[in-house]
Design a protein around this ligand. Structure first.
Ligand code: CS2
Length: 490
């Protein structure tokens, strides 16, 4: 038997479930890029909104590529289980806020029509860093990106999120419908501003009139989202289904912690998000820096060094005391001095909690998963911190080791000579660079020369190049574990 509305009453008492009338809920939100993160984060906040009695904020979610989520959730009427996991067990909750799942490439016009519907007042995005079709170093739209070129040529059968948004906004503009508010929930720097810049530019390339309307009318509040969501395994599916007594084809795994900090700019209305724990602020930037630099910067550092050191998951990596010391040192000594938090923020408590979250043994968060798409992640996770440190004349040893570990990782060969499955939009470029480089020194020099990642400044900065080259040389000489032990002890 498959999880579905008719079976909700028969679930074990310990399983939380929607107590509101799902049939009475209208759709007010479209989410682009439905994946596990959306289902463990924004969809849960909206489920709380609906549980609080609001009825206009159901979610229609779209996948921009694969039909997998739709195939799993459609027979379940959108219902799925959230498994909140910690050392002391697992709490299950069935989420009801996702009303339908569309697969964009199967019927692009249907998604555009939905987005153009006046009832849709908010669009949320988790399309990953590379989904913005931008240059990660500058934030500008890559006008020669194949999806951008394609979508500008055929706006009514787009591929990219920007294409869908522009096509729908064109429809709303023509119909005199106010625009929706668009909330980026990706780990980009100034994600709202970055989205707004690429969208404005994209729409201006469609037409001057649309460009101007979008520039003047469309709001993209920035947000900081945080919840660790490892990929679901077959073992997870089997365990959750057994606990429910019915099959859930795709439950999502997460941790108890969750946070959403959001700029309060919603001219077309929003639910009472504060009532469900969203922190509404005027300026997200300090929180975003805190999270990107402390959590994600540490995560990527742990992922590359952990993978190279032979560790499969973050919690396994953290169980090595040298790695734990390195990452705390990275946070305390190198990242924290670059943060400017509002008064009253307890960064020590935040970092203590982060260390515990990384250690959570119930989460099998693979280092390989986090290592993906490093070219898109490095700038905001490590390089911004490095720039601020260098401007202050301060040391960057641990940050440089994180960058060097990324370099060794993207060569595609691990310490035992085994291949690494490198997933990155620039993977083939890395392979060519690695093949041409005769030694760590030239490897580092060639990778640092990639301006889309390192910008114009870092390739010309000896105080950056030297520690990265030294760290990379050490990774090749003695390996990740010994280099971590040595750097952590400094
Ligand atoms: C991770 C993030 O995969 C990754 O790159 O660093 O997805 C991380 O788990 C989330 O940002 C936590 O909020």
């Amino acid at each position: 038997m498959r999880l579905g509305p008719d079976l909700l009453d028969r679930l074990p008492a310990a399983v939380a479930r929607p107590r509101y009338d799902r049939e009475a809920v209208g759709c007010g939100v479209v989410h682009l890029g439905i994946g596990a993160f959306h289902r463990a984060h924004q969809a849960v906040y909206f489920d709380d909104v609906l549980a609080g009695g609001e009825t206009e904020w159901g979610i229609a979610a779209a996948s921009l590529r694969s039909p997998d989520t739709r195939d799993a959730l459609e027979p379940q009427n959108g219902l799925y289980t959230l498994a909140v996991r910690a050392g002391d067990g697992e709490a299950l909750r069935v989420i009801g806020s996702v009303q339908q799942v569309l697969v964009a490439p199967e019927d692009p016009e249907r998604l555009i029509a939905l987005l153009a519907d006046p009832r849709i007042r908010i669009v949320t995005l988790t399309i990953t860093e590379k989904g913005y079709c931008h240059d990660p170093a500058t934030g500008a739209l890559k006008e020669d990106h194949p999806d951008v070129v394609h979508d500008l040529g055929d706006l009514f059968r787009p591929r990219s999120a920007l294409g869908f948004l522009a096509a729908a906004l064109a429809g709303r503009f023509a119909a005199g419908t106010p625009p929706f508010t668009i909330v980026s929930c990706d780990n980009l720097p100034a994600n709202g501003k970055t989205l707004k810049a690429v969208l404005d530019r994209f729409c201006a390339l469609v037409s001057d009139e649309l460009g101007q309307w979008v520039r003047d009318e469309v709001c993209c509040p920035s947000s900081m989202v945080d919840r660790i969501v490892p990929a679901t395994t077959d073992e997870d599916r089997a365990r959750v289904s057994a606990a429910l007594g019915v099959t859930d084809a795709w439950p999502v795994m997460t941790e108890p912690f969750t946070q959403w900090v959001l700029e309060d700019r919603f001219p077309n209305g929003r639910p009472d998000l504060a009532a469900v724990g969203v922190e509404l602020v005027d300026d997200v930037e300090p929180f975003e820096h805190m999270k990107l630099r402390l959590l994600n910067g540490s995560h990527s550092t742990l992922a590359y060094l952990g993978y190279l050191g032979g560790y499969q998951t973050v919690s396994e990596t953290m169980a090595d005391p040298a790695y734990a010391r390195l990452v705390r040192g990275l946070m305390d000594e190198e990242a924290t001095p670059t943060l400017h938090m509002p008064p009253g923020t307890d960064l020590t408590a935040y970092k203590d909690a982060l260390i515990e979250r990384f250690r959570n043994p119930a989460l099998k968060h693979r280092t390989w998963q986090i290592a993906m798409d490093g070219s898109q992640k490095l700038p905001q996770r490590l390089l911004g911190t490095i720039r601020d440190r260098l401007a202050a004349g301060a040391s960057i040893d641990r940050l440089a080791l994180g960058v060097a570990a990324w370099m060794r990782y993207v060569t595609g060969v691990d310490e035992k000579g085994e291949p690494i499955d490198v997933r990155d939009p620039m993977a083939s470029r890395f392979k060519d660079i690695a093949a041409a480089a005769g030694n760590p020194e030239t490897l580092a020099a060639s990778l640092i020369g990639i301006r889309e990642i390192f910008g114009d400044d870092l390739p010309a900065e000896p105080r950056f190049i030297r520690p990265v080259k030294e760290a990379l040389a050490s990774l090749y000489r003695v390996g990740a574990r010994a280099t971590v032990a040595e750097t952590a002890g400094r």
